[in-house]
Design a protein around this ligand. Sequence first.
Ligand SMILES: Nc1nc2c(ncn2[C@@H]2O[C@H](COP(=O)(O)OP(=O)(O)O)[C@@H](O)[C@H]2O)c(=O)[nH]1
Ligand SMILES: [Mg+2]
Length: 456
Amino acid sequence: MDHLERTPKGIEISRMAEAERTSFAPPPSADAIFRPDTAPGEAAIAAFVLDGAGLFERFEPLFRSKQTLSPAREGQLAYGSLVDAAGATVDEVVCAVITKDRSETARAQIEVSCHGGRGTAAAVRQLFEAAGFREARPGELLARAHRAGRLSLLALEARLRLGACVTARQLDLLLAHTSLQERWERLGMEAALGIRMREIAWHAPTHTAAADELSRYAAALRLLRTHRVLVAGPVNAGKSTLVNRLLRENASLVSAEAGTTRDRLERPATLRGLSLLLIDSAGLRDESGDAVERAGQAKAREAASEADLCLLVVDGSRAPSPAECEALAALTARPFLLVLNKADRGLHEEAEGLAFAFAATPYRIAARDGSGLDALEATMESVLGGGVPAESGGPFTPRQERALQALKIGLEQGVDGVDLLGHIRTLVGTRPNESELDTVFREAEEAGAHARPAQP
Ligand SMILES: Nc1nc2c(ncn2[C@@H]2O[C@H](COP(=O)(O)OP(=O)(O)O)[C@@H](O)[C@H]2O)c(=O)[nH]1
Ligand SMILES: [Mg+2]
């Protein structure tokens, strides 16, 4: 159920609480808690993990079954009913036992699967709460696992981000945390041995490994974040048609009537393994448009300033008006690609001239039938992805980057071997470390906030 660990992305804190906040990791506790492992909604089952001190004693009166749950029987499965204080059945459930030897928190756990309807899951939660369980804070079981010495910081960082993955490439990168950990455990062992033998043969390969991994860090960050792509241009240029093409679904309203798209439509999308937020803006046109249109255009300019990339789309089959050219030029301060749409109709010389005016490579496409889209998508990928493939196995958080930097610089400056080894240990984080744990949670929250699509 790792992948379903609720990410800190879900943490919502008020500004006041944020100002008062001194820690990000859930505080240490042995409370009896339940963690919902399935999202609310209609599904066949809803699943919960229960953990904490006195778990079995607390759970026993709630569970009526022919079997008695035993904390010592790994993998025990028991069918039965959850009952309330009056003995009334709340739901039929299946319980599974994870013994303390196997569970990450080093304490026996119970996994409860009930029926998945909203009402049922809510009733089961209420039952848990009435029995003295509280809902786990986001990442709380992972923090317990680290404090129990069973989950490294590296693995924890991956686990906190896995739930927010939207593409297979992101998944590959995060799952490669195991090879990253293995490599640095091995290098750490060689370093420890070298220090004991008072030799420095381990310096050079360790420096090479650190430098090599640091060179991949920027690409990893680009792969993990969500890129904001604004689609802007004159009304009727085919912006919504292009957005639909990029989404491969009909999310935006397309119409031959000018000015159909008045509100910004924000749609999560993926492009060649990258995560995007596509923003379909209102058309740019001169200020003679009505008030609603003007409001839409102001939004487009605002969106442009926040965008990682602007696709400037024009109807390439006709000459752009001077006002349109001006409006487009205002958006070229940020990274942009010039898209000449409706190439199926033949491109107008003056539209082609925009490429010269903006010193940009024109992408000639027909959004309606998708022709020319491959070249456009390839460029979008290289602009947003940085042109470097994010190879799996490198660092993927600022904390990891800092540890590797400190190690690399330390090696260059001839710092004491024991301190160098300390950086490797910090990077992997096998031993419980409260301050690093807090950093891990803070950074995951920051990454989540960054990746979260803004509300339209
Ligand atoms: N011939 C042709 N028409 C297109 C193309 N793309 C869009 N259109 C048409 O142009 C009109 C405006 O499209 P729309 O996507 O709503 O434009 P928007 O106002 O920029 O969002 C619609 O009638 C589309 O079918 C294209 O590649 N070729
Ligand atoms: Mg539109």
